[in-house]
Design a protein around this ligand. Structure first.
Ligand SMILES: Nc1ncnc2c1ncn2[C@@H]1O[C@H](COP(=O)(O)OP(=O)(O)OP(=O)(O)O)[C@@H](O)[C@H]1O
Ligand SMILES: [Mg+2]
Length: 226
């Protein structure tokens, strides 16, 4: 099994474990500080070679406002969501491109990070679009959606986002392509009290050093002229 396939298999196992933890009430998020670029690159890397083989263009576009910025969220779960959306885009696209975009947006004065995965694949019929987030657990989907999949990807992604304070939506045109968007609250690390104290100490030390240096220069000058 290739490295990329094992990453996707691990992601599926994580999804299933998290779903059962959610049912058991033992699920918790794991917040950390990370760069958006790193998250997107790790996901894109998994699909790079596969897209090449399928002759699909894979584009990544991280808005300048976010590039290089450290944000705070659950890196692992966001990666799971992006892997799910990318797996779908890859599975249902046979020509054209897949594009991952990330940008900062504001809704009612509240900042969010908006992710989207857009493909030029087969698209989803309008009448099927409201079933997408509840396919998991349906043994024989009579509507023909997910005949080979488990229907976990979108369902679990929505559940992750409910816990992260975000939302997910699908816009699709049958025969043209699909764009799945999700947002999360934009949070950057606020300097902790400890780091503020150490910053103050460093500034104070710097001032004391500068003062004593100035005093030394002054006393040297005085002794020179007296
Ligand atoms: N980008 C897409 N293009 C076309 N159809 C899509 C796309 N994303 C999702 N779908 C449709 O929504 C269904 C549900 O997607 P979901 O990811 O929840 O399950 P799955 O891909 O079928 O299985 P799993 O993710 O568990 O392997 C898919 O089977 C497919 O019919
Ligand atoms: Mg899927």
């Amino acid at each position: 099994m290739g490295k990329d396939s094992s990453v996707l298999l691990m992601a599926l196992i994580e999804d299933i474990l998290d779903l059962s933890k959610m049912e058991a009430g033992t699920f918790s998020m794991l917040m950390s500080d990370f760069k958006v670029d790193q998250l997107v690159t790790e996901v894109a890397d998994v699909f790079e070679i596969q897209c090449e083989h399928k002759k699909l263009a894979l584009d990544v576009d991280v808005d300048q406002q976010l590039s290089g910025l450290t944000i705070q969220s659950d890196f692992g779960r966001l990666k799971q969501i992006l892997l799910n959306l990318m797996s779908n885009a890859f599975k249902f696209t046979f020509r054209g491109s897949i594009t991952i975009r990330v940008k900062k947006v504001t809704e009612n004065d509240v900042p969010f990070v908006l992710f989207s995965v857009a493909d030029t694949g087969i698209g989803i019929k309008e009448e099927d679009q409201n079933k997408l987030f509840s396919l998991f657990g349906r043994a024989a989907p009579e509507d023909g959606l997910n005949p080979h999949g488990c229907g976990i990807g979108l369902t679990v992604s929505k559940k992750y986002l409910e816990r992260l304070g975000g939302r997910i939506s699908v816009e699709s045109k049958y025969g043209v392509g699909t764009t799945v968007r999700f947002n999360i609250p934009f949070k950057v690390r606020i300097l902790s009290i400890i780091s503020l104290i150490s910053l103050y100490n460093r500034l104070y030390y710097f001032r004391v050093q500068k003062l004593s240096c100035f005093k030394k220069v002054k006393s040297t000058m005085v002794s020179y002229f007296v």
